[in-house]
Write a protein that binds this ligand. Structure first.
Ligand SMILES: C[S@@+](CC[C@H](N)C(=O)[O-])C[C@H]1O[C@@H](n2cnc3c(N)ncnc32)[C@H](O)[C@@H]1O
Length: 238
């Protein structure tokens, strides 16, 4: 076999390999049902999923970190849900159960827009779960908001919240050039880029909640917390 024929065969083989890799990558959405395949792909492209917008990541057929976070939160929701700082209301739309999302800015999705989430237009005990998905750090009056949450939660109600550490938060906000929320609105006084574990636990415990679960999620980049209302035991004398 002559040398030029061998070289052209090698080139064709190389091109086919490149096309195969590109094909698999850009058509990843076709393989979504193959759970293992999707997991591997999402793990390989984690850096891309961190630095690119949710919309762009979805277009590539990968799972955005926002979708992943939403699913993790849903696993811990019970009964009727109120999502505070709900953004585009993705969690409520996916979860259903006559749930409600509130925010102080309108990102669409049917959320109720209020001026102050420490004064909510809901009856006492009207929700079973209140969630704060990446939002507690953005709420400057979070002490007052948690007092309000205690009022609107049912007897056995719970809080589900996700929060990144201040370090990861700073890093992520530097990388997320596409984030409209931070670019257009900026951070106002009292907003933080993340909250520490100690801060979150002491804040919630001082308001009458007890920590029932804390887990690292999304390759340890994020944390999920579940708090329940603390029921003080009545003394024997009562
Ligand atoms: C990082 S985004 C998270 C949005 C949504 N929870 C999600 O998972 O996509 C933070 C959200 O907190 C909201 N937020 C800012 N200040 C707030 C406040 N004072 N009370 C309630 N939500 C607030 C923002 O409008 C934004 O929707």
């Amino acid at each position: 076999m002559c040398w030029s024929k061998l070289t052209s065969q090698k080139n064709a083989c190389r091109k086919a390999k490149i096309l195969l890799i590109l094909g698999v990558f850009f058509n990843a959405h076709l393989y979504k049902d193959t759970v293992m395949f999707s997991r591997i792909l999402n793990a390989i492209f984690l850096p891309l999923r961190i630095i690119c917008s949710h919309e762009f990541v979805n277009k590539l057929g990968l799972r955005s970190l926002r979708d992943e976070r939403c699913d993790k939160v849903m696993e811990h929701c019970r009964g009727r849900l109120l999502d505070i700082g709900c953004g585009n209301n993705q969690l409520v739309r996916k979860y259903g159960h006559d749930s409600v999302g509130v925010d102080v800015y309108d990102f669409g999705g049917g959320a109720i827009i209020v001026q102050d989430t420490s004064k909510l237009p809901f009856d006492d005990g009207s929700f079973d779960t209140v969630s704060f998905v990446a939002s507690l750090n953005h709420i400057p009056n979070r002490h007052e908001v948690l007092t309000e949450v205690l009022r609107i939660l049912s007897e056995n109600g719970r809080i589900v919240l996700t929060m990144i550490s201040p370090f990861i938060g700073t890093l992520r906000h530097k990388l997320a050039w596409w984030d409209k929320d931070q670019d257009e609105r900026g951070l106002k006084k009292g907003e933080e880029l993340g909250l520490s574990h100690e801060y979150i636990v002491s804040l919630a415990e001082n308001k009458g909640f007890r920590l029932v679960k804390k887990k690292r999620i999304m390759c340890c980049l994020n944390n999920i917390y579940v708090f329940e209302k603390r029921h003080e035991k009545c003394s024997e004398a009562n």
